[in-house]
Structures are given as structure tokens and as C-alpha cells.
Design a protein around this ligand. Structure first.
Ligand code: BTN
Length: 252
């Protein structure tokens, strides 16, 4: 299946509240698959699980991409994994570094987060009308806020080099195209296998999963067929994790 090249039409803003809000507006107005909203800075950048996303001007890459896959809602979790694989590939080709992926789609450098992905779906009668794929990448940040220093980083902090953000955007879009194509052509299994090969979080990792106020601890035990994370909890049962945030904990 051929995919239209992502990144066209392109809507650029020096500053915006959130590229997700603008992407939602243009998607509802009929923007095609591949349309992109890019901002140099966001005043109200949104993260997963109701968090905010700090979007400093001049140093990061912040965009929302519109996708229109004709797939039923149960296949969406695997698509979010595919986007993570694509973003990681784009960062690796530009910055010559090795990324890790933390389920579902945090991109890590040296075990710290350098890129986050927010996927918002608009569905009707069980079919996906459009998806908004929001990506924020810490690129040329010389530092991160001190309260995040243990968990967040940038490409520059890790490598000592600054990068051309346009080149990085280009490579990230090509990466997302590639894994979106794999998802559409080869299916969920191809994506879960690729994610399992790439991520240190899928197997044998001691983690805590926070979902709302509930924390579950255990050891990761692979992905389920839909892309959920399997957790062998400390009482020995296997639980599929479909949402929440995962953090590593020390082995006992
Ligand atoms: C996460 O919590 O890891 C997801 C962060 C997603 C941030 C990006 S920046 C571009 C787009 N616009 C937003 O408001 N959020 C996403």
C-alpha cells in the first residue's frame, strides 16, 4: 500500500497554545492524512495522562500529524507503538545515537526521556475518523528543568552536539511513514515484534505501573497480541497493561 508523504500540507506557527488543538480544528475541517501542524513553541503543550509538555522556543521539535487509517479501535494501541518506533528511527538517523523505547511510546536516551508522543483518536461507530499524533522532542536544550533532571534529557545533553531541527523533523516523518506503512501492510504482529526487539522494557524489566492512583509492581513479560504490556505482578499473575505510565524500579 502506498502512503502519502507525511508533512503536507504544512501549517507553521511561531507560537501556539498546542499543536493538538489546531490539528483537531483542521482535521475536522477535512485536512488530509499527512497534514502537519508545527510550532516553534507552545504555551499550553499537552502530554499524556493530563500532564503538560514544556515547549521552549528555539530548541525543540513540536508537531501534530493527522492520520486517517481505516482501522477499528482495537488496533489503535499497536499504532501508537509504531509511531514510537518511527520517531526513534528519525532521532537515531539524525543524531547517530541509539534510542530505547519505554512502553507505550516514550523515546529514551541513556534511560531518560528525550521525546514524548500523544495520540488522540476521534472515532465514530467503532471506526477511526482521524488520529492526531503529537510529538515533542527535546533536541538542542542545554539543560532540562532541575525537577526533571533525573528523568528527562535532550539530544544535545546526551551527545554534546546541536542538531538542525528541520533535518530531524524530516527524518522523524520518514520514520513514522515507514512504521505506519509496516502497520498497514504487515499488521499488528510485525509492529509488536519490532517493538519487542527495540525496547528494553518489554521483557524481564522490573517496573511500577501507575494508572490513576493505583500502582502495580512486577516484571514485564512481553506484549499481548494487541500491543498491551504484559506484567507478571508480584503475586505471580499476568496482567495486561493497557494504559498508565511505566517507570523502572530496582530489582529486589
Ligand atoms: C508525553 O506525555 O510523553 C506526550 C508529549 C507530547 C507532546 C507533543 S508536543 C507537540 C504536540 N502538542 C502538544 O500539545 N503535545 C504534543
Amino acid at each position: 500500500m502506498s502512503i502519502r508523504r507525511f508533512g503536507s500540507p504544512e501549517y507553521r506557527f511561531a507560537s501556539i497554545d498546542s499543536t493538538m488543538t489546531e490539528a483537531q480544528r483542521i482535521a475536522e475541517a477535512g485536512a488530509p492524512e499527512g497534514a502537519i501542524v508545527i510550532a516553534d513553541t507552545q504555551t499550553a503543550g499537552r502530554g499524556r495522562l493530563g500532564r503538560s509538555w514544556i515547549s521552549e522556543p528555539g530548541v525543540g521539535v513540536y508537531f501534530s500529524l493527522i492520520l486517517r487509517p481505516a482501522i477499528p479501535a482495537p488496533r489503535l494501541p499497536a499504532l501508537t507503538l509504531a509511531v514510537g518506533l518511527g520517531v526513534a528511527q528519525g532521532i537515531e538517523s539524525t543524531c547517530r545515537v541509539e534510542c530505547d523505547l519505554r512502553w507505550p511510546n516514550d523515546v529514551l536516551l541513556s534511560s531518560k526521556k528525550c521525546a514524548g508522543i500523544l495520540v488522540e483518536a476521534s472515532s465514530e461507530a467503532g471506526r477511526t475518523r482521524h488520529l492526531l499524533v503529537g510529538v515533542g522532542i527535546n533536541v538542542n536544550h542545554a539543560t532540562v528543568p532541575s525537577e526533571l533532571a533525573d528523568i528527562a534529557t535532550s539530544a544535545r545533553i546526551e551527545t554534546g552536539c546541536e542538531y538542525d531541527r528541520e533535518e530531524l523533523l524530516h527524518h522523524v516523518l520518514r520514520g513514522v511513514e515507514r512504521y505506519y506503512g509496516m502497520f498497514l501492510d504487515e499488521g499488528v504482529d510485525a509492529i509488536t515484534q519490532a517493538f519487542t526487539r527495540k525496547s528494553s522494557y518489554v521483557l524481564h524489566k522490573r517496573v511500577a505501573v501507575l494508572n490513576g492512583s493505583e500502582e502495580t509492581r512486577g516484571t514485564t513479560a512481553g506484549l499481548d497480541p494487541s500491543g498491551g504490556l504484559l506484567l507478571q505482578t508480584d503475586d505471580g499473575s499476568i496482567e495486561p497493561i493497557l494504559a498508565g505510565s511505566v517507570r523502572p524500579i530496582e530489582s529486589v
